[in-house]
Design a protein. Structure first.
Length: 221
């Protein structure tokens, strides 16, 4: 697997609280230079990035991030505003508390509403696997499929742990044919990148890939 093949699957990511405009610009410059799939940035930077860069790089942003327990109406509004500001991809966090309470129907309805707000833009649903049982993960694969989201995503990178190869294998068994997989959190080596892609991840969310594969210092380090 070549460096270029890997980078085309990477969402070059910077979501830390202290991210400055200059760091975000560096991230975007790297994404353009190394042709990554997208940049994943905080919502507050979507409009200035789009005004500065236009359609390249592809802009992904996060909704209900990182805890996921904001109300559905807020997530829908965040999504609408992000898309109006120039985002092409939305990474939303589910309400894990609803899952733990057995309110799977609430989670399904929320994803459907956010997907509707996305229109033709991509929706990635972050389920935060580190807090879930295997049974809950399987049920969420079914929910994400039923809601017609585009991706199921392992993690925010802010939980107790990130992506695992076992979760990618589990997703592959239980998602529908139109749902893709994004792995995020803790993917820091070239070996990790290759392993997750080989296992079935269509996208990798990481701040490390450009640094690893270009030999240059990436944003966020």
């Amino acid at each position: 697997m070549t460096d270029r093949e890997i980078l085309k699957r990477v969402d070059h990511t910077l979501l830390k609280m202290t991210a400055s405009w200059q760091e975000i610009k560096t991230l975007c410059d790297e994404a353009v230079l190394f042709d990554t799939a997208a940049v994943c940035i905080p919502p507050c930077y979507v409009k200035p990035v789009f005004e500065e860069y236009g359609e390249k790089p592809v802009i992904a942003t996060v909704i209900g991030f990182p805890l996921g327990y904001s109300i559905t109406a807020a997530k829908v509004l965040e999504t609408e505003r992000a898309i109006l500001s120039g985002a092409s991809e939305i990474d939303m966090v589910i309400n894990v508390g609803d899952i733990k309470s057995g309110h799977f129907d609430w989670v399904l309805e929320e994803i459907k509403l956010v997907k509707k707000a996305c229109g033709e833009k991509l929706l990635k649903v972050i389920i935060e696997t580190c807090y879930l049982t295997e049974e809950e993960k399987i049920r969420l694969c079914e929910i994400v499929t039923e809601a017609q989201a585009d991706f199921i995503k392992t993690s925010t990178g802010f939980g107790t742990s990130g992506a695992t190869l076992a979760d990618i294998e589990l997703f592959k068994k239980h998602i529908g044919p139109n749902v893709k997989i994004k792995a995020a959190g803790g993917i820091k080596t070239r070996e990790d990148l290759e392993a997750f892609i080989t296992a079935g991840a269509d996208r990798i969310g990481t701040s490390s890939a450009v640094k690893l594969l270009s030999g240059e210092k990436a944003a966020g380090y």
